[in-house]
Design a protein around this ligand. Structure first.
Ligand code: FAD
Length: 335
């Protein structure tokens, strides 16, 4: 019969992997602890406002990923974003690279993931915290529903490295290759990031839509309302840099917001009408080499995600696809 694959994580990597597995004739089921797909390609919505508080935009350098983005553009779930872009606080670190094509999901960052999830079986609100291997295959234990239905021939972990590592440690893996996966995931240091979503009654009178910031607590500020297809009140996103975020990751949201708003004010920003803070515990990772993905054919466990391939949306999508290819090739060898 067809091979059943459980994919843990409905971020862009897991969805890409599951989509290619389905295309090759396998039966993937995707699980995510959140209410919907997208992972760190995420948008917060409130009354009269919306704001992307994870990935800000994505680029497409690989020809296959460009073709995928073209498909998203055609489907209306993504568009090019050409912000008036600045580099503030010194010229170290970043340049604005105005020739680079930047894309965003439309009408919000989660839209491409929703498109990919449409053709897949997704079980949302399901936190997988243990894997168990029996004679009939893998079973998955969830926090919300106990053991989920079905046995799986393979399991794909498409989570940030620390979450993949802790799931692997909770699972019955008894060979050296599998413990190699644990070591790999444990070896990756992921860093936190504070995000502050701020709303204004009127358009903010700054002469740019986004800026890389090279001084103080902030790293990036962007007028979310300048992205195509957005509605609601004037909305900006402030990201703190990794070093500052890590130093303040356990702080009170009120204190963090006060410091970030002061830094925004120092750059010429007005005081907002309202704000919402979000703490990302695993925003990005130190580069983890160029493995792209990892697969242990003996146990049927694989890893994919941005942390294995450059830390961005494009790398995550390519990582998921590469793992799907490894799984399908592995079956050919066995079959
Ligand atoms: P994720 O999107 O993290 O997906 C993992 C999924 O696994 C999540 O949905 C999570 O809920 C789920 N999950 C985890 N554990 C479990 C469990 N036990 N059971 C069930 N589900 C589980 N990239 C860019 O290209 N450009 C940018 O400008 C950019 N800016 C960023 C800014 C911030 C603040 C952050 C946080 C990220 C940014 N990124 C950016 C990175 C980009 O968001 C990621 O590279 C990409 O979205 C990662 O996709 P992924 O599928 O690997 O992981």
């Amino acid at each position: 019969g067809t091979l059943h694959v459980a994919v843990v994580g409905a971020g862009i990597a897991g969805l890409s992997c599951a989509g290619f597995l389905a295309q090759a004739g396998l039966s993937p089921v995707v699980f995510d602890k959140s209410r919907g797909p997208g992972g760190r390609m995420s948008t917060r919505r409130g009354e009269g406002w919306q704001c992307d508080h994870g990935a800000q935009y994505f680029t497409a350098r690989d020809p296959d990923f460009r073709a995928e983005v073209e498909r998203w553009l055609q489907a209306g779930v993504a568009a090019r974003w050409a912000p008036r872009l600045r580099v503030l606080g010194g010229d170290l670190g970043h340049d604005a690279d105005s020739g680079l094509a930047r894309f965003v999901g439309t009408p919000r960052m989660t839209a491409p993931a929703r498109l990919l999830a449409e053709r897949l079986e997704l079980q949302a609100g399901t936190t997988i915290h243990q894997l168990e291997r029996g004679a009939e295959g893998w079973r998955l234990l969830s926090a919300e529903r106990g053991w989920v239905d079905g046995f799986y021939d393979a399991v794909v972990l498409a989570q940030p490295a620390p979450q993949a590592a802790s799931l692997l440690r909770q699972s019955s893996l008894h060979n050296a290759a599998a413990s190699g996966l644990v070591t790999l995931a444990e070896g990756v240091v992921m860093r936190g990031s504070w995000a502050l979503m701020v709303r204004f009654a009127d358009p903010v009178a700054l002469p740019f839509d986004a800026a890389f910031v090279n001084a103080g607590p902030l790293r990036w500020i962007a007028r979310d309302s300048s992205k195509p297809g957005r509605d609601g009140v004037e909305s900006w996103l402030l990201h703190a840099n990794a070093q500052w975020s890590e130093a303040h990751i356990e702080d009170d949201a009120d204190d963090v917001a006060a410091a970030m708003l002061q830094a925004f004010h120092d750059l010429g920003g007005p005081l907002p009408q309202a704000w919402t803070a979000h703490r990302w515990r695993y925003a990005d990772s130190e580069p983890a080499g160029d493995m792209v993905c990892a697969w242990d054919g003996d146990t049927g466990v694989g890893l994919c995600g941005d942390w294995l391939n450059g830390g961005k949306v494009e790398g995550a999508w390519l990582s998921g696809r590469a793992l799907a290819q490894r799984i399908v090739d592995g079956l050919r060898v066995v079959g």
